[in-house]
Write a protein that binds this ligand. Structure first.
Ligand SMILES: Cc1cc2nc3c(=O)[nH]c(=O)nc-3n(C[C@H](O)[C@H](O)[C@H](O)COP(=O)(O)OP(=O)(O)OC[C@H]3O[C@@H](n4cnc5c(N)ncnc54)[C@H](O)[C@@H]3O)c2cc1C
Length: 403
């Protein structure tokens, strides 16, 4: 084990980056840890639809969540040189450069605004706290005279946003539009509950509707029809920053960093990539989906693996197993769908108030996971993973393990 101080730079203080920082800091290793984020507040992305609906969501300063031994730098990451091990920042006081021995890349994702013309100009997105607040202001003003809210995207964010808005603004008519079939990845009982909930909240649903263009008050569909709106919320498609690709690091078609079984960027043993910004398999055949539920395990794992390597030990490969999928349907209803380890729905669901309660507990657990690691200085955060025999992981990863 090297005893001199090594510099660990964590880019991005979302779910993955914050947990990585909190967990690494409590290991008592000679590490100088710095976390960089463009915001000085932790953004609870999974609650942004609640902010849009006008609910008071606590805002926490990064410095209050992070362990005291972690240095926080507010700034926008604008460049990365993996060979010289440097990161370029734009900060309020001008440009800066940070050097590192180890990097944890956790810059997350945003909403894709380029694939469909007009989204950038005419649609609201839940891109951050301020964006969610702007949407809330617009919804409030519109609610006074009534009007149409169009939510585009039938994924988790679209469903959660449409139900939350419909529950909070009874004078607005809400329409949910999806290119596919709503809830296609739920078991029949889950699909039925979802559709009943939309009916109860008087949300109209249009399926197999692909938007090709937005204008100021209309969505143009592939079949030639148009859907009018006063407010459009675009939730379809996450995209990742081009920064990794621009740095010459290996990425997939979406720009996510390619990782090995230890979440290190392929060909760059000193760089870990975690959360939405990484393509990771976790021992499965399909890449993990972009989710807080996968980002936090990756952040925790990267801290453990980095610590193991610093101590001259061999980390176990990253493994992940799905258990449930949780969807909030307003504040009084929710849907918990059990899934098998490959994320395929099984027959059980928990719905209604019980479902809402489970979802709320999980949302709280995300922040408590970070706070718990910091306060108790123990690796408390755990995640479901399949059992792997030692012989299996040693055999399956020849040459990848640093010693
Ligand atoms: C409304 C909504 C509801 C959701 N609900 C769920 C849910 O119920 N369950 C679930 O599993 N997932 C949910 N998700 C998805 C989930 O939020 C993301 O998958 C998760 O946030 C990914 O975590 P992350 O740490 O990789 O990235 P993020 O949480 O996106 O964090 C990335 C961080 O990097 C910072 N950053 C980015 N670029 C730069 C830069 N250039 N310079 C400096 N800092 C930068 C950002 O400020 C941010 O703090 C939801 C998403 C939305 C929008």
């Amino acid at each position: 084990m090297r005893t001199e101080m090594q510099r660990v730079l964590i880019l991005g203080g979302g779910y993955a980056g914050m947990l990585a920082a909190a967990r690494l800091a409590q290991k008592g290793l000679p590490l100088d840890i710095t976390l960089v984020d463009s915001s000085d507040h932790f953004v609870e992305r999974i609650r942004l639809h609640q902010v849009a609906a006008g609910q008071p969501i606590p805002r926490r300063l990064m410095t209050n969540l992070l362990p005291k031994t972690v240095t926080f730098r507010q700034g926008r990451v604008v460049g990365l040189n993996p060979v010289e091990r440097r990161v370029s920042l734009e900060t309020a006081t001008g440009p800066d450069i940070l050097a590192f021995d180890w990097l944890i890349y956790a810059l997350g994702s945003g909403i894709d605004v380029t694939s469909v013309p007009g989204v950038q100009e005419y649609a609201y997105r839940l891109g951050g706290y301020e964006a969610a607040q702007q949407l809330h202001t617009a919804l409030q003003a519109q609610a006074e005279r009534g009007g149409r809210v169009l939510v585009v995207g039938g994924g988790l964010t679209g469903i959660e946003s449409a139900t939350e808005i419909a529950e909070s603004f009874s004078t607005l008519s809400v329409e949910l539009l999806t290119a596919g079939t709503l809830g296609y990845d739920l078991a029949p009982a889950g699909q039925t509950h979802l559709r009943h909930t939309l009916d109860r909240l008087r949300i109209s649903l249009r399926e197999a509707a692909r938007v090709t263009r937005l204008t100021s008050n209309e969505a143009h569909l592939a079949d030639g029809s148009t859907v009018p709106f006063d407010i459009c919320l675009w939730t379809s498609g996450f995209s990742v920053s081009p920064l990794a690709a621009e740095a010459g690091l290996p990425v997939n078609g979406r720009g996510q960093l390619l990782t090995d079984s230890f979440l290190r960027v392929v060909g760059h043993d000193h760089i870990f990539a975690v959360g939405d910004a990484a393509e990771t398999f976790g021992g499965r055949e399909e890449a993990l989906r972009m989710a807080c539920a996968t980002a936090m395990p990756m952040g925790a794992y990267a801290a453990d693996a980095l610590a193991a390597l610093v101590m001259g030990r061999t980390p176990k490969p990253f493994r992940f197993s799905y258990v449930i999928r949780c969807i909030s349907l307003g504040r009084r209803d929710g849907l918990v769908q059990t899934v098998d380890s490959n994320d395929r729905p099984t027959s059980r669901i928990i719905s209604g108030r019980a479902g809402a309660l489970v979802k709320e507990m999980i949302c709280r657990y995300t922040v408590m996971g970070v706070q718990g690691e910091r306060a108790l200085r123990l690796p408390l955060y755990t995640w479901p993973q399949p059992k792997v025999e030692r012989t299996e992981w040693l055999a399956s990863t020849p040459g990848e393990v640093a010693s």
